[in-house]
Design a protein around this ligand. Structure first.
Ligand SMILES: Cc1ncc(C[n+]2csc(CCOP(=O)(O)OP(=O)(O)O)c2C)c(N)n1
Ligand SMILES: [Mg+2]
Length: 322
């Protein structure tokens, strides 16, 4: 695929931004600076980045409990995200939502979601609204291998197929649902096989190969935009970190995890090698970009740290109270 250097560098920086954001969050949780439950996207960066790079600002995404990567890839503001996770007034939800409730409607980000399988009906509804309003926007649903077993996911795919809606179901197959490996929660290796049940294309792609994801997503998005209906796009990937920060990870061997950290598996290292081979970036330029992303995330932490906590008078605003 012939892409302008600018686009490739932009995608590379997005992956770096996600990685650095997540490394910082992990550090802040482990040192007790922030509290609450967080699920890191480290190791899966190429999936969100490749898919969102194929979208327009007016397109929609729905995310998951592991949502920081999706949010950043769709253009989310890292300062407002960080402040939200810090529980500060300047956060996306004024500090009352935390990691699993971040949304930005202006960017078409319909929200992270603590309910596994909560995203597919929302993404399908958004796609229905695109069709109803006659816009050419498309809707993307990120969901995990665990979520692929939820009834909501199947209902959404069925309806999207029957109504021929502009939605792309992006299955992020990281081979685990919490502490259960894929082979123990479903008798198929590839989630894309389930597309046959809805008579929609089922495509499998290496989710750690940024350009392959971008290419496959571009095709599925174009198909949806042209009114040809949904696609189930399965991205094969792996989460390098535990299910949540603090997970003792008793259910898998370190050798298995280490095998995904090597140069030709890690999505960032892999793309760096490609960028050098293609002559797009030099090692020196890579270091500059890494440094500037490091600074950007440090600034987000300072912003969040120095922001005020919500006023106690705000305790009952913007929240549901029985
Ligand atoms: C409806 C519902 N059931 C169970 C849970 C608990 N839970 C949180 S994450 C998770 C596993 C999700 O696995 P997967 O969809 O593969 O996403 P991943 O964590 O691998 O990104 C479960 C069961 C939940 N949040 N919501
Ligand atoms: Mg999973």
């Amino acid at each position: 695929m012939n892409l302008p250097d600018e686009k490739k560098i932009d995608m590379y920086v997005t992956m770096l931004r996600i990685r650095r954001f997540e490394e910082k969050i992990e550090e802040l949780v482990l040192t007790g600076k922030i509290s609450g439950f967080v699920h890191l996207y480290i190791g899966e960066e190429a999936t969100a980045t490749g898919v969102c790079a194929a979208l327009n600002k007016s397109d929609y995404i729905t995310s998951t409990h592991r949502g920081h990567g999706h949010m950043i890839a769709k253009g989310g503001d890292v300062k407002a995200m960080m402040a939200e996770i810090f529980g500060k007034q300047t956060g996306y939800c004024k500090g009352k939502g935390g990691s699993m409730h971040i949304a930005d409607l202006d960017l078409g980000i319909l929200g992270a979601n603590g309910i596994v399988g909560g995203g597919p009906p929302l993404a399908t509804g958004a796609a229905l609204s695109c069709w109803y309003k006659g816009t050419d926007a498309v809707s993307i649903c990120f969901f995990g291998d665990g979520a692929s077993n939820q009834g909501t996911t199947h209902e959404a795919m069925n309806l999207a197929s029957v109504l021929n809606l502009p939605v792309v179901f992006v299955a992020e197959n990281n081979h685990y649902a919490e502490f259960t490996r894929q082979s123990r929660h479903q008798n198929i290796e590839s989630i894309a096989e389930r597309a046959a049940a809805y008579d929609i294309p089922g495509v499998v792609v290496d989710g750690n190969d940024l350009l392959a994801v971008y290419e496959a997503a571009s095709e599925a998005v174009a198909r949806a935009r042209e009114g040809k209906g949904p696609t189930l796009l399965e991205c094969m990937t792996y989460r390098i970190k535990g299910h949540f920060v603090g997970d003792p990870e008793a259910y898998r061997q370190t050798e298995e995890v280490d095998a995904w950290k090597v140069n030709d598996k890690d999505p960032i290292k892999r793309f760096e090698t490609r960028l050098k081979e293609m002559g797009t970036l030099t090692e020196e330029k890579i270091q500059d970009l890494r440094e500037s992303v490091r600074k950007e995330i440090d600034e987000a932490v300072t912003f969040a740290d120095q922001s005020p906590v919500p006023d106690e008078k705000e305790l009952y605003t913007d929240v549901y109270v029985d």
